[in-house]
Write a new protein. Structure first.
Ligand code: IVH
Length: 704
């Protein structure tokens, strides 16, 4: 057999196998035979590209070539939809349209799939391009990834030119399955984000492994003659051409009977409704929404008659012949002015939306996190776009969607591939980009601020602002430098923002922090996955010193870590990597020689060393304190000195430590003759010098 014939025969065989498997769920051959034939055809296509069919079934498998998604011009307007948030507005759209037309109209109603908008371009019946919406006139060519979706026809039974619009999405169940296999820092927030990431995977082989699907909802024929007369017939035709259309289709006419008759005439499945049924339909779909196998964020109502669509035309942003009913109303709308890039303490890159300040839920929002490139892609977000924002969980502002594309021609934003702080080339780890340079100033400052923050080493007066000042004046470069700070130089330099008071408070804060327990030091180092809880689990599980952690990491075996209840594989791997990193080891060595608690043994020794001055005493604590905040800190000071603490004043209570407020307990103590101690006296008892009042710095955190 000639090569060309063999290739044609292989292609048609594979196509039949694929179609039968996908459409009927039946395998006509064994997996190994199928793979053998595919490999053979791939090899032949590589050797004889001139004989490769443009709709070859090998495209479904994807390849390991790197995609670069060139920008291409759309030949149809790819606009978004005007929005409605109530059934009245939908009814209003119906009646306005009918009035404008001055005659009868009918409307199609479809689910608004929450996925990635896609246009499939066919020439002479062959799929030539799959393009994202982009800014509506220019999108990205993502063909190699899209052709891996089995339900998308690579060729049509008719040799026509047609552009088909639809939504690429990941079914909810598949999302759960795929997401469960991803490590924590790569998990997607929702099916749409995972679908967006897949559509832009660099290797189509990887995209092929994610079971994306597509529903098609509009067709634009190259030849006007061939264009069906209305939406019903467009949908029927698309279905006949082999496109997948959503069976949840509804049709509205003056009466239910009329609607049903039209559906029947077009040969289309679906539910007929009269105009009066809009409210019912919307509430029915709202109820159905959670039971669907895919995410929808609204319903789309479209005028059925194509000549009317043409007559009504388009605004700058949307067709005048359609409207989207949205399930949730936006909280606020604003403009995306720019995107800034933050470098976190672990080197993680976070794009941040800088939006025109807008009031939302009692505060003014100027910024919102955009998480990563995948998130930006899923929104197809460009500078200058009008966006809607909400407060997730009532706290964190989030950009929900693009309401109107910008008119400057800006396309989807791409995060630059170099670190904005140090210029290093960024690296991909899962869905995030990282700056690999340990000495990157933003990372180093972030590490120090994290180390000293309230929930970690809690170093008074060493917040992000002071860290920044000390860093800029070269007095602080690494975490361990905190303990060898040259205070006299700091005073000498007369740094604005670091006065004598700050220096005093710093000295005291740094000194006190030397006594923090081992697990606090461990969690303060900022090792990914190792927070307060994990540090405690590790310590209780036998890794009660840095030395033990280092030795275990040296061996590179995850087993001793996994033997501890509550330890996962990811954390174990991260720990091994961290405790082999010369940078971390250098810091640990320095902290060890500086006398910080690098083992639990040191914690115990310190407790024993504390004079047991409160033995036999029973203390109750009330009110609020300047130096013991939260109050549990005061309780701890009493307990480690042998005292017992109780929550109410009784005849057995020997002392009441009374801070500000706390009226009723004080009265009770007075009545019972219990000794009342104020904060100042208590500090004297503990032998702690009374310092200046704390100057609070804002809690460290990247946006809020
Ligand atoms: S029709 C010219 N129908 O929603 C009219 N859009 O916010 C084109 N969408 O960009 C849109 N399901 O990506 C239409 N059944 C549906 C849809 C749908 C989802 C998306 C589409 C569009 C966006 C508008």
């Amino acid at each position: 057999m000639e090569i060309k014939e063999e290739m044609i025969a292989l292609a048609s065989k594979l196509k039949i196998y694929q179609d039968t498997y996908y459409k009927e769920g039946k395998s006509l051959v064994s997996d190994s035979e199928y793979d053998r034939l595919t490999d053979r055809l791939i090899a032949l296509e590589k050797e004889f590209p001139e004989f490769a069919a443009p709709d070859s079934p090998t495209k479904r498998v994807g390849s390991d070539l790197t995609n670069d998604f060139p920008e291409v011009q759309h030949s149809i307007p790819v606009l978004s939809l005007d929005k409605a948030y109530s059934d009245e507005s939908v009814l209003d759209f119906f009646s306005r349209s009918i009035e404008k037309k001055g005659g009868e109209l009918s409307f199609a109603a479809e689910e608004k799939i929450d996925g990635i908008s896609m246009v499939l371009y066919y020439e002479d019946g062959i799929l030539v391009r799959a393009v994202t919406r982009g800014n509506g006139s220019v999108g990205n060519d993502v063909t190699p990834n899209i052709v891996t979706i089995p339900s998308i026809p690579l060729s049509l039974p008719e040799s026509i030119d047609i552009a088909v619009r639809g939504e690429v999405y990941l079914p909810k169940k598949e999302f759960e399955k795929v997401n469960a296999t991803l490590p924590d820092d790569q998990k997607a927030a929702n099916p749409r984000n995972l679908a967006a990431g897949t559509v832009r995977r660099q290797k189509s082989q990887e995209a092929a492994r994610i079971p994306l699907d597509m529903y098609c909802y509009e067709g634009f024929w190259g030849d006007e003659e061939e264009t069906p007369k209305d939406h019903l017939h467009i949908m029927k035709k698309l279905s006949d051409l082999g496109f997948r259309i959503n069976p949840d289709f509804a049709f509205f006419a003056r009466t239910k009977e009329e609607a049903e008759a039209k559906l029947k005439e077009a040969g289309l499945e679906g539910d007929g409704y009269g105009f009066n049924d809009i409210k019912d339909y919307i509430s029915r779909m709202t109820q159905k929404r959670p039971t669907l196998d895919h995410e929808i964020d609204g319903l789309v109502f479209k005028i059925n008659e194509l000549d009317v669509r043409q007559e009504f035309g388009y605004t700058e942003h949307h067709p005048r012949w359609a409207i989207a009913y949205k399930f949730e109303s936006p909280q606020a709308e604003t403009v995306l002015n720019s995107i800034t890039i933050q470098v976190g303490r672990t080197g993680r890159i976070t794009p941040v939306a800088e939006i025109a300040p807008t009031a939302l839920g009692g505060s003014t929002i100027k910024r919102a996190t955009l998480h990563n490139q995948e998130y930006i892609d899923s929104l197809e977000l460009a500078i200058g776009d009008r966006v809607s924002i909400t407060k997730r969980g009532d706290v964190i502002p989030a950009v929900e969607e693009v309401v109107e594309k910008n008119e400057m021609g800006n396309t989807t934003y791409r995060i630059p591939l170099t670190c904005p702080c140090c210029g290093a080339e960024l690296v991909h780890k899962g869905v995030h980009l990282f700056c690999p340079n340990y000495d990157c100033p933003d990372q180093a400052k972030g590490r120090i601020s994290f180390f000293s923050s309230r929930d970690q080493m809690d170093i008074e007066s060493l917040g992000p602002k002071t860290v920044e000042l000390l860093w800029n004046n070269k007095l602080l470069k690494r975490v361990e430098d905190i303990y060898t700070l040259d205070y006299s130089k700091a005073t000498e330099m007369k740094i604005q923002g670091i006065g004598d008071k700050t220096v005093d408070a710093l000295k005291k804060g740094v000194e006190e922090s030397k006594n923090r327990p081992y697990t606090t030091v461990l969690s303060s180092l900022g090792i990914p996955e190792v927070g307060t809880k994990t540090a405690k689990i590790l310590s209780d599980g036998g890794f009660d010193s840095f030395e033990k952690l280092r030795l275990a990491a040296e061996k590179g075996d995850v087993e001793p870590f996994l033997a501890i209840k509550g330890m996962g594989e990811e954390t174990a791997k991260t720990l091994i990597e961290a405790f082999r990193d010369p940078n971390l080891l250098k810091t640990i060595d320095a902290l060890t020689s500086l006398g910080l608690h690098v083992s639990e043994e040191m914690d115990k020794k310190e407790e024993e060393d504390k004079a047991q001055i409160f033995t036999g005493e029973v203390w109750c604590v009330t009110g609020s304190f300047e130096n013991f905040n939260p109050r549990s800190k005061a309780l701890k000071e009493i307990e480690i000195r042998g005292g017992r603490t109780v929550s109410s004043v009784t005849g057995k209570t020997t002392h009441l430590l009374a801070g500000k407020g706390g009226g009723s307990k004080r009265a009770e103590a007075e009545k019972l003759g219990v000794r009342i101690i104020n904060e100042e006296e208590f500090m004297l008892l503990l032998g702690i010098q009374i310092g200046e009042k704390k100057e609070e710095e804002p809690k460290q955190g990247f946006l809020f």
